[in-house]
Design a binder for this molecule. Structure first.
Ligand code: NOJ
Ligand code: CA
Length: 551
């Protein structure tokens, strides 16, 4: 087993160039601005940046509608600026990942333009067509309520085309070998420019067979083909798949022998984390951790709380989903697509610092690699006046200067949050830097500690019985070292009794405060947790780096 797979103990930070920092005062964030903020990111301690789409695009879906895979959109800078950015990131030890959006293109992509104009064009088969409107045209929409159909008539082509997402995002016929060749070329291009890997958009749809009135079948072999190409070009590059699938299917994505994708977002656990926080009930989460336990040793889950999309609760039971809606998104305009919540994390938790720390502490200690979202380190809020998912994509709040110091322009493309408890006068990086107790400094400390606990990223875990469904305790074992993380999901003080069973387990060294624990005469720990309290303990002692006798 290779011992230095970087993604097994990384901390990934996801951001959009366009809303991070504007250097030239046109109201849109750009690569030059991002470069100037790299020291901020290095200080936070993250090890990898995941960039949301920045390629040329009409930007009708925030860049997930690409019209040229080989260009940086003018508004963000040039390819030169991109390379300068990755170079500067590398100098600070930060890797750069990017979105790879190849399930579909923009309808403005020259491939689609040529395909629709000319039936004989080689690009016609890059997309998926039908003469008649397929019977299942009103099925399988990803954005129900906003998107009416998956088949739209193109008057120029005289045929219907398939689109899993919005109608301006025609699906690529990803089974066409010529399209697969294009995908490899795109990957090869960006790898050459220094990226460490790809967050692959809409992975289940990329590998599906597509067609009119056709049962979509996943062709999992494609994943190995992608992996082989990737690693032939760059040995330590990875694919992190966006695939919200049930646990029994995830192994197909990782591959039985770890020969497919290195990483997947753990959507299954994500939904149950929110249920756990909403209902103070750890049981479905504990079960989800067991259900997603099996994966090849070289594969890794990506853990996350909120991302740039709605929080999709579609895989909870109706009752569980309702509990989360009631607690965190009761109003209709907080919800989206009949299945999720579109708010940012801080407002979902009513800005309660104790609950925010609990949520992040829990996320950072889930088996896997944590992925955080820009602004969450400050506890940024949302703007529900913005449509669909834009509410949680507002510009980064740097300071109390106009537009939060994000831009010198009179009007940023997306408005900065100005008023209320999450307005930039109350929530910004400059103020929080000066305050040792701020969310920003807390996040920096927890990231620093997380990196020093590789057991979480690499180890095996066991759920330790606490006798209380409101308190979840997880133990990680790796290389003869163990760590125990305990979280009280509830708003009451709880006392739990834990029995770790081994000799080393008699002493628990608290990694975050001075509050250590010694077992009683019968080897049991009695731990009192304040409301929403959390503990990270190293079991036995701190000498873990010295003690690597067992692998
Ligand atoms: C998933 C992305 O996360 C989402 O933002 C986007 O709209 C769709 N894929 C379509 O690319
Ligand atoms: Ca700019």
């Amino acid at each position: 087993m290779i011992k230095d797979l970087w993604y097994k103990n990384a901390v990934i930070y996801c951001l959009h160039v366009g809303t991070f920092m504007d250097s030239n005062g046109d109201g849109i964030g750009d690569f030059e601005g991002l470069v100037r903020r790299l020291d901020y990111l290095a200080g936070l301690g993250i090890t990898c940046v995941w960039l949301m789409p920045f390629q040329k695009s009409p930007r009708r879906d925030d860049g997930y509608d690409i019209s040229d895979f080989y260009q940086v959109d003018d508004c963000f800078g040039t390819l030169g600026d991109f390379v300068e950015f990755t170079h500067q990131a590398h100098q600070r030890g930060i890797r750069v990942m990017m979105d790879l959006v190849v399930n579909h293109t923009s309808d403005q992509h020259p491939w689609f333009q040529e395909a629709r104009r000319d039936r004989k064009s080689k690009y016609r088969d890059y997309y998926v067509w039908s003469d008649k409107r397929p019977k299942d045209h009103d099925e399988g929409m990803v954005f129900p309520g906003v998107q009416k159909t998956t088949w739209t008539k193109d008057d120029v082509a005289g045929q219907y085309y398939f689109h899993r997402f919005y109608d301006f995002q025609p699906d690529l016929n990803t089974q066409n070998p010529a399209v697969q060749e294009e995908i490899r070329k795109i990957m090869g291009f960006w790898l050459e420019l220094g990226v460490a890997g790809f967050r692959m958009d809409a992975m289940p749809f990329v590998i599906q067979t597509k067609g009119a009135d056709h049962r979509h079948i996943e062709r999992y072999e494609m994943l190995r083909e992608l992996r082989e190409f990737l690693q032939w070009r760059k040995g330590d590059a990875i694919i992190l798949a966006e695939a919200n699938v049930p646990p029994d299917l995830s192994i197909r994505y990782f591959g039985d022998d770890g020969d497919r994708l290195q990483m997947m977002f753990n959507f299954w656990v994500n939904q149950r984390v929110f249920y756990a926080l909403a209902a103070a009930d750890s049981r479905p989460l504990a079960k989800a951790l067991e259900q997603t336990r099996e994966h090849p040793a070289t594969a890794q889950w990506a853990s996350f709380l909120r991302n740039h999309d709605e929080l999709d609760l579609g895989r909870l039971t109706d009752d569980e989903r309702q509990r989360v809606f009631d607690a965190m998104g009761p109003a209709k305009n907080m919800q989206l697509y009949d299945r999720g919540i579109r708010r940012r994390l801080a407002p979902m938790l009513e800005g309660d610092r104790r609950r925010l720390e609990l949520a992040y502490s829990l996320m950072f200690t889930l088996p896997g690699t944590p992925v955080i979202r820009y602004g969450d380190e400050l506890g940024m809020g949302d703007n529900l006046r913005l449509r669909e998912r834009n509410c949680a994509r507002t510009p980064m709040q740097w300071s109390t200067e106009p537009h939060a110091g994000f831009t010198r322009a009179d009007k940023p493309t997306l408005p900065v949050i100005e008023d209320g408890p999450y307005g930039y006068h109350k929530v910004n990086a400059a103020d929080q830097r000066r305050d040792p107790q701020s969310m920003l400094n807390w996040t920096e400390r927890i990231i620093r500690m997380r990196k020093e606990v590789p057991e979480i990223g690499w180890g095996d875990f066991e759920i330790v019985d606490t006798g209380d469904s409101r308190v979840i305790a997880v133990r990680y074992n790796w290389r003869n070292n163990s760590v125990l993380c305990v979280h009280n999901l509830g708003g009451d003080t709880r006392e739990v009794t834990l029995h770790l069973g081994d000799l080393a387990g008699r002493k628990l060294i608290n990694l975050l405060t001075q509050d250590h624990s010694d077992a009683d005469g019968r080897g049991r720990h009695h731990i009192i947790l304040e409301p929403y309290g959390y503990r990270w303990y190293r079991i036995g002692g701190l000498g873990y780096l010295l003690d690597r006798t067992s692998y």
